[in-house]
Design a protein around this ligand. Structure first.
Ligand code: SF4
Ligand code: SF4
Ligand code: SF4
Length: 305
């Protein structure tokens, strides 16, 4: 049987999903020996041009600039199957939060105003791709055949998707929400007070964090990480992206918090006050894929005020 040819690419992102691919270690060598040939992958192969044809394109990162768009379109043209790997590719990722700001303000901050900027700083204008006003997830610009969210996805999940494609079957990936794999006990008890910070108080080690007042996004987040954060005492921040049922991850999380708070007699205003930085808390990974996509013109009006 001939091997499946693979190309991988990094768009706007942190390279963490490629590191997760490399974290397959010997398993990657087995795949290379038996089933796949990697034709284009800047962390593994010295090949500068995207091949004209590959069986599978694995794409990390979101669409932030003209070059991201060109690479995504070229790979869509070249590949039979496109896999969006990681929450940046699937839902925009953390930098999707920049959609709440005017791009001029983002550039001003990044190149001139950060505490580490020397002198006056300078925004590069030559030999750099045109930057877009908004971050977009991959499925907004090209057809995507498989989505594998996670920040980053686990190495075994990447291997499972690639293997399933080669074996012409559906990948076995979780579809339930995170609470289903969380070991913490849920007792359907209402929130009595919201915790302002993760480190506030000492959570009971066995009970649901949300029911103890820690804003945990488990109910609106797809499983797949074995509830890595709640298992260690931290509320889930939603990095696996939304479940299929959650149309909008942030809104669904707020809904879950409201449901647990209902009928407690707790002042809703108090609960909302506890949720400082609502966009950062509820949309840290999925702002660009939310119903309003974080577009400041839509949220704040055309003047962006
Ligand atoms: S999904 Fe997470 S790990 Fe992957 S590129 Fe984006 S920020 Fe990095
Ligand atoms: S809300 Fe969070 S802590 Fe509670 S069961 Fe779900 S994932 Fe676990
Ligand atoms: S628990 Fe939530 S934030 Fe932590 S790794 Fe899993 S999905 Fe990401």
């Amino acid at each position: 049987m001939s091997k499946a040819t693979i190309a991988t690419a990094q768009l706007s992102s942190c390279v963490g999903c490629h590191v997760s691919l490399l974290d397959l270690h010997e398993r990657l060598l087995d795949l290379l020996e038996d089933a796949i040939e990697i034709d284009y992958c800047y962390v593994l192969v010295d090949q500068k041009e995207i091949p004209e044809h590959v069986d599978v394109a694995v794409i990390e990162g979101s669409i932030r600039n003209e070059e991201d768009l060109e690479v995504a379109e070229e790979l869509r043209e070249a590949a039979n199957i496109v896999v969006a790997v990681g929450t940046c590719a699937c839902y925009g990722g953390v930098h999707g939060l920049a959609n709440l700001y005017h791009i001029d303000d983002v550039l001003e901050w990044v190149f001139k105003e950060t505490p580490t900027t020397d002198d006056e700083g300078e925004t590069p204008e030559e030999v750099v791709p045109e930057i877009f006003d908004y971050v977009r997830p991959l499925p907004e610009v090209i057809d995507v055949d498989y989505m594998l969210p996670g920040c980053p996805p686990k190495p075994e999940s990447i291997a499972e998707v690639i293997t399933a494609i080669i074996e012409d079957r559906q990948p076995k990936l979780p579809t339930t929400n995170l609470c289903e794999e969380c070991p913490r006990e849920k007792e359907d008890i209402p929130i009595e007070d919201i915790k302002f910070r993760t480190g506030q108080g000492r959570p009971d080690p066995d009970k649901c964090l949300l029911e103890q007042g820690y804003p945990c996004m488990g109910p609106a987040t797809v499983a797949g990480c074995e509830a890595a954060c709640p298992s260690r005492g931290l509320p889930c921040r939603g990095c696996n992206g939304p479940t299929k049922q959650a149309l909008d991850q942030g809104a669904a999380s707020l809904d879950a918090i409201a449901s647990v708070s209902f009928e407690t007699g707790v002042d809703v205003e108090e609960i909302l006050k506890g949720l400082v930085d609502l966009p950062g808390k509820l949309y840290m990974f999925s702002m660009a894929a939310s119903l309003l996509k974080g577009h400041r013109d839509v949220i704040f009006g055309s003047k962006g005020e």
